[in-house]
Write a protein that binds this ligand. Structure first.
Ligand code: ADP
Length: 380
């Protein structure tokens, strides 16, 4: 029944009904008590009067006055007893009702105190579907969110410590070697130390950027942009590195592309990450192709390489921070496994989406992203 559901889901209705129950219980007790007490009280008072009448000490006038007094005394007595009974039953019912309302709130209070003390696994029981039940549900959601954030924080600190440890111990090793005279003070030794310090610096700035994008603490300066121009710009910038490694870079740009709503610097950063990765994970003699096409209200950009590819089980994790398929290989290239995570956040902040496809190891891979055509969505 619809109205029954409405009452079940509304604390307001439940409170109103509970007030009514208290009133009804009070009134019924009052009536029942009055009904049972009145005859006995009346009889007692009448008996007293009868005895006086039989003694013959009463005039007619006095008898009328006494009758009234006795009647009033009987009614007052009945009212007093039944009021006390009604009061007691109303208090008992109110206690029961208010307990039912207050108990979940008390439980939430206790749980929030526990959470504040760091016990993030704490949850409350959801016993109703009304506002209190919804509050309990929201509370549990909040607790789950906090628990997840806390787990991520711990994991992040663990990852950062791990990432910092390797270059730091390498630098320390070199310095100890130099101090003990095991290593000779040659330019190559200093270059190694410099490279590790450079890696540390990059890692720290990546981390800073990651924390910003993960917290959504960055602003996009969106303009209507020609994506083809942005791709050309990045390709020109990276071409010398492609030539140096012997990888062919092909850019396939149709002439009638719509403009996109984008932050030029951020999209350049995304393109550098994707095209740079394609170069890093493609051996000499391979090819990287950047293609663009329009699909309904989106512009799709794909970066396809003929490189090392990605095994199926790794694909869903590539955008997770610090995830690297081959840690030593990625680290050797200066990778920290943060680039794709930042890229994903940047694309999503533009109202776009990003994906990866690969047929498997040594089958190459395709990283693609879609941006909304200008004006269809404005980025934040
Ligand atoms: P990294 O700085 O380590 O390259 P990314 O976040 O950019 O970090 O990439 C995460 C991981 O995804 C890399 O370590 C690598 O294992 C994998 N990856 C990224 N791009 C490619 C690609 N084009 N081909 C194969 N694997 C890739």
């Amino acid at each position: 029944m619809k109205w029954l559901d409405r009452v079940k889901n509304s604390l307001g209705w439940k409170l109103m009904i509970s007030y009514l129950v208290v009133i009804v219980v009070g009134v019924v007790t009052l009536a029942v008590a009055a009904e049972s007490v009145t005859p006995a009280a009346f009889n007692r008072h009448m008996l007293g009067m009868q005895q006086m009448m039989m003694g013959g000490q009463m005039s007619m006038q006095q008898m009328g006055a006494d009758l009234f007094t006795n009647f009033r005394a009987a009614v007052t007595e009945a009212l007093l007893v039944s009021t006390i009974a009604a009061l007691i039953s109303a208090i008992l019912v109110s206690l029961f009702v208010s307990r039912r309302v207050v108990n979940p709130i008390r439980q939430m209070m206790r749980a929030s105190r526990h959470i504040a003390e760091g016990h993030y696994h704490e949850r409350v029981q959801v016993v109703s579907e009304d506002e209190l039940g919804q509050l309990a549900q929201s509370f549990n959601q909040m607790a789950a969110g906090l628990e997840q954030t806390e787990a991520m924080r711990r994991e992040l600190i663990g990852n950062v410590a791990h990432e910092l440890r390797t270059p730091l111990s390498t630098i320390k090793g070199y310095m100890e070697g130099l101090m003990d005279g095991v290593l000779s003070p040659e330019p190559t030794t200093y270059q190694q130390v410099y490279r590790e310090a450079d890696r540390l610096q990059r890692l720290v700035s990546d981390l800073q950027e990651l924390s910003q994008v993960e917290a959504g603490a960055f602003e996009l300066d969106c303009q209507s942009e020609n994506i083809a121009e942005l791709i050309q710009h990045t390709a020109t910038r990276l071409r010398p590195q492609f030539e140096e490694k012997g990888v062919n870079l092909k850019v396939d740009l149709p002439s009638d592309l719509p403009r996109v709503q984008a932050d030029e610097d951020r999209i350049n950063q995304v393109l550098i990450n994707l095209i740079g990765n394609a170069l890093q994970y493609t051996p000499a003699g391979g090819r990287v192709t950047v293609a663009v096409q329009r699909q309904s209200s989106e512009v799709l950009v794909t970066v396809t390489d003929t490189g090392i590819g990605v095994a199926g089980e790794h694909l869903p994790h590539l955008f997770t921070r610090f995830y690297r398929v081959d840690k030593s290989r990625s680290r050797a290239g200066g990778g920290s496994g943060i680039g794709l995570t930042i890229t994903k956040h940047l694309i999503e902040a533009h109202g776009g989406r990003i994906w990866v496809e690969s047929a498997g190891v040594d089958q190459g891979s395709t990283f693609g992203f879609a941006l909304p055509v200008a004006k269809s969505v404005s980025c934040n």
